[in-house]
Design a protein around this ligand. Structure first.
Ligand SMILES: [Zn+2]
Length: 408
């Protein structure tokens, strides 16, 4: 098996020699101390940080930062002048605070992201390939344009079409660009695969990367089956700099962007958990200029594996990252169960005082009793569930969600 590209990439870019865990951790400690000094120097907000730490373990003494802290102190968290900011992402209004979250990046921040993307995409994209990028694009610095830059660096062509196209428009773009690889969000891509099958459109893909939303192992398996190619889930967030962790040829978790991120897993009380335990993902950016974050609670959960990967990489891996659920129903669990019905194209769920309503779109006749039962099995026993099912509209159908999937 081919070793992940990430080892060589990181080793060469950051000149980490010899290439072993000790050297990687020495590098991380050095960058972390530089980051602590940088933050203290450029923002009064960060005056609580220590001058330096003598081991990575000592990071645990630094207070955690929550999304609430982030939003309340947004101005103080921008460490460069406005004229050095080349891209701003405004997040949807946070459910917990009711305020929008703005994240800033410098050119250098984004260049590092592009470089990391090209490392991850290079696991399956080669020179001469063509890639359809179903991610928000249009503006320089948007995720779609960063992915396109990364694809082009590999000598391949990129066609950015955004996330709001109809399935028919997606097919047109796929055929016009002769794409053999795709970058997309997992569920819209699964729906697209089912639409193409229903419309008898034949495609020949060599690999796809899914990102920007949870991809459960069940959904990943369904994507592999429907698209008949390897699936490379990627983990990242706006706070992590859009990059985060990439899948290697062994498909045994995602190798973390350890040159730029120090990642911890904590329990609900904020205690750091040993590797191999499931808990909340906490990020510390090691190289970010515009908006570095020190021990930021992402609200995502996952598990870190420290042992060497079966691909031969020594870079730590993140497994099964997903949003932490705060509702009676976890959308990622619902996706795994609902899409196991192969006739399902897409669905959405709304919760209200009256109960739960499910709207399903199908490509072929479906056993409606079974479909309803699947979702009911995930809901509290006394919850009323209403369901409507309709057949897809070949001309106008598009994915229900053009952003992260949510329960309405
Ligand atoms: Zn690996």
């Amino acid at each position: 098996m081919k070793r992940s590209r990430i080892d060589e990439w990181m080793q060469q870019n950051e000149r980490i020699v010899p290439w072993n865990r000790k050297a990687v951790e020495r590098y991380q400690l050095e960058k972390l101390n530089e980051m602590l000094a940088y933050c203290r120097q450029h923002s009064a907000f960060y005056s609580y940080l220590p001058e330096r730490i003598d081991s990575l373990k000592e990071i645990e003494m630094i207070p955690l930062m929550t999304e609430k802290d982030f939003i309340a102190n947004a101005e103080a968290l921008l460490l460069v002048s406005q004229r050095d900011v080349i891209h701003i992402v405004t997040d949807e209004t946070s459910a917990t605070t009711g305020k929008a979250k703005r994240i800033f990046y410098t050119e250098e921040d984004q260049a590092r992201t592009v470089d990391f993307f090209s490392c991850g995409l290079g696991e399956f994209i080669c020179a001469g390939d063509s890639t359809l990028v179903c991610m928000p694009g249009g503006t320089p610095g948007s995720i779609g344009s960063l992915v396109a830059r990364a694809v082009e660096r590999l000598g391949a062509r990129a066609t950015v079409i955004g996330t709001d196209k109809t399935y028919r428009e997606m097919i047109n773009a796929l055929q016009a660009s002769e794409a053999n690889t795709i970058v997309a969000m997992p569920i819209p891509l699964l729906s697209f695969a089912r639409y193409m099958k229903a419309e008898r459109v034949k495609i020949n893909l060599t690999g796809v990367l899914v990102s920007a939303d949870t991809c459960t192992p069940e959904v990943e398996a369904m994507l592999r089956e429907e698209l008949d190619c390897e699936i490379y889930p990627h983990y990242g967030s706006r706070e992590s700099g859009l990059g985060g962790a990439i899948t290697c040829p062994a498909h045994a978790g995602m190798h973390l962007w350890e040159s730029d991120l120090y990642v911890e897993i904590i329990d609900e009380a904020g205690n750091v958990l040993p590797v191999g335990s499931q808990g909340e993902i906490v990020l510390t950016t090691l190289r970010r200029q515009a908006m570095p974050l020190i021990r930021y609670r992402t609200g995502d959960v996952g598990v870190i594996y420290a042992e060497e990967c079966s691909c031969g990489s020594i870079v730590r891996r993140l497994k099964n990252p997903r949003r932490r659920n705060i509702l009676v129903l976890d959308i990622a669990d619902a996706d795994s169960v609902m899409f196991s019905h192969k006739q399902l194209l897409d669905y959405r769920i709304a919760l209200s005082a009256e109960g739960c309503s499910l709207e399903a779109v199908i490509v072929k006749p479906i056993d409606e009793v079974e479909l309803k039962k699947s979702l009911a099995g995930l809901l509290p026993d006394d919850m009323v569930l209403k369901m409507s099912v309709r057949r897809y509209n070949a001309k106008e159908e598009r994915p229900f969600f053009s952003k992260k999937r949510v329960i309405l």
